[in-house]
Design a protein around this ligand. Structure first.
Ligand SMILES: [Zn+2]
Length: 59
């Protein structure tokens, strides 16, 4: 899974939007590991490819 990070390796956990390229699945989550976990789980269930985009800090 491709994970886009603007500024790796700093500070608090980042928020990611995990999006599926094969269906309408998407899930916002916190932390790169959690984004990978969600992506791996969906890919394991469906065989779809996913991407995780870093979200801007919450307001
Ligand atoms: Zn999917």
């Amino acid at each position: 899974m491709a994970i886009t990070e603007r500024d790796p390796g700093q500070g608090e956990p980042k928020r990611f939007l995990v999006e599926c390229e094969g269906c309408s699945f998407e899930c916002a989550t916190t932390g790169r590991e959690e984004a990978e976990r969600i992506g791996d789980a969906h890919r394991g269930e469906t065989g779809h490819d996913l991407v995780a985009l870093e979200l801007p800090p919450s307001m």
